[in-house]
Design a protein around this ligand. Structure first.
Ligand code: FNR
Length: 347
């Protein structure tokens, strides 16, 4: 008989199932739909001249796309991690693990994370940990995966909806400073789908954080996921709370950490829009989970290959020979995004 699952393990499996249920076809509309790239019919390039590589934290990424932090720690989630790790290896894109907290507390959960490095020994791999862990735990998280960077997630909305979540966020800035000082690799701070405001990004910059993923609202919604998991009180009023990746990028201060975009990136066109709005690369969680949900590495690889080839085509279409050249794209902002800019006093 197999061991009964721990509460943390059960939570990981629940997250996977509930996040997968949020993946719909056609995808939900979000703020990326409020960004229009002006079409210039004579501006296109030869796709053979387009290259996708970008520099991130001193490393050359072969594309401005990565698999964002999701999962690990149970048998079910290890299969998904394995499929994603093989897809990352085959397509050459970067990948993050889900939070390794569970493996720091229970070594039997570690293999479901190690598989990410075992299947992809040379790729760019990020370990992921929640804010609030010590500098020593941050070092252990990096060691577990032989990670090239450490994602630290800020998830106060999720914690609020989780019955077992913390209600004391007051130590977070101090805890983050400790991790930044202790980590042997660069620390990437991210949200989990509620966005990073101008004030937060400024604060991260002042703390010496080099890179941040704004991870905004409009894709996987952890307020809804945690609300579906909890008995009793209803927190569904927090669904949809937060800023989108689009608004977070538009509102970003200067100086700021190097910016990555995620949260509601549904298609290669959303990647292009993220880059045009100033992100160095875009992260995808929910949509790539759908591709790897059955644990089939070939399917996940085919989906990500498709994204890369469509990204190349889109850059040619928009007259950009590199991701950086997309910063010259003409953009129109509509609806809610425009209103956000007006209310925030942005030009
Ligand atoms: C996540 N996400 C996440 N983020 C994180 O920093 N640590 C984690 O452990 C997890 N776990 C997790 C599980 C599952 C099943 C999903 C789908 C997502 C959040 C993720 O990295 C991302 O920030 C959000 O999901 C928004 O991106 P998408 O899903 O809209 O592309």
């Amino acid at each position: 008989m197999s061991e009964p699952m721990s509460p943390s393990g059960q939570r990981k499996d629940d997250h996977l199932r509930l996040a997968q249920e949020q993946q719909t076809a056609p995808p939900v509309r979000n703020d990326f739909d409020e960004v229009q790239l002006v079409h210039h019919a004579l501006a296109g390039l030869d796709a053979d001249r387009v290259h996708l590589d970008v520099e991130v934290l001193g490393h050359a990424w072969s594309a401005p796309l990565y698999i964002n932090g999701m999962t690990g720690g149970t048998e079910r989630t290890a299969r998904v991690n394995r499929a994603l790790a093989i897809a990352a290896r085959e397509t050459g894109i970067a990948m993050a693990s889900g939070s390794v907290s569970i493996a720091l507390d229970d070594p039997s959960a570690a293999p479901g994370f190690r598989v990410i490095r075992e299947e992809n020994p040379d790729g760019f791999v990020m370990a992921n940990l929640g804010i609030g862990r010590s500098g020593d735990e941050a070092r252990r998280a990096v060691e577990l995966l032989g990670a090239d960077a450490l994602q630290i997630h800020l998830n106060s909305v999720q914690e609020t909806v989780m019955p077992e979540g913390t209600r004391d966020f007051s130590r977070w800035p101090h805890a983050l400073e400790e991790v930044v000082a202790a980590s042997p690799v660069p620390v990437l701070v991210k949200e989990v789908g509620f966005g990073l405001s101008r004030r937060t990004l400024s604060r991260l910059h002042d703390m010496g954080v080099q890179i941040a993923d704004v991870s905004g609202v409009g894709g996987t919604d952890f307020a809804r996921i945690e609300n579906a998991r909890r008995p009793g009180e209803d927190y569904s009023f927090l669904a949809g709370h937060g800023q989108s990746a689009v608004c977070s990028l538009l509102d970003a201060p200067d100086p700021a950490p190097l910016l990555l975009a995620s949260g509601g990136v549904r298609t290669p066109l959303d990647v292009v829009k993220s880059l045009a709005l100033g992100a160095r690369a875009a992260g995808v969680a929910g949509v790539f989970l759908r591709a790897a949900y059955d644990g089939d590495p070939e399917h996940a690889t085919t989906v990500i290959r498709g994204w890369l080839s469509q990204l190349t085509e889109l850059l040619a279409l928009f007259g950009a020979d590199s991701p950086a050249a997309l910063s010259r794209t003409d953009l129109l902002l509509r609806g809610r995004v425009r209103e956000f800019c007006e209310l925030s006093g942005l030009d």
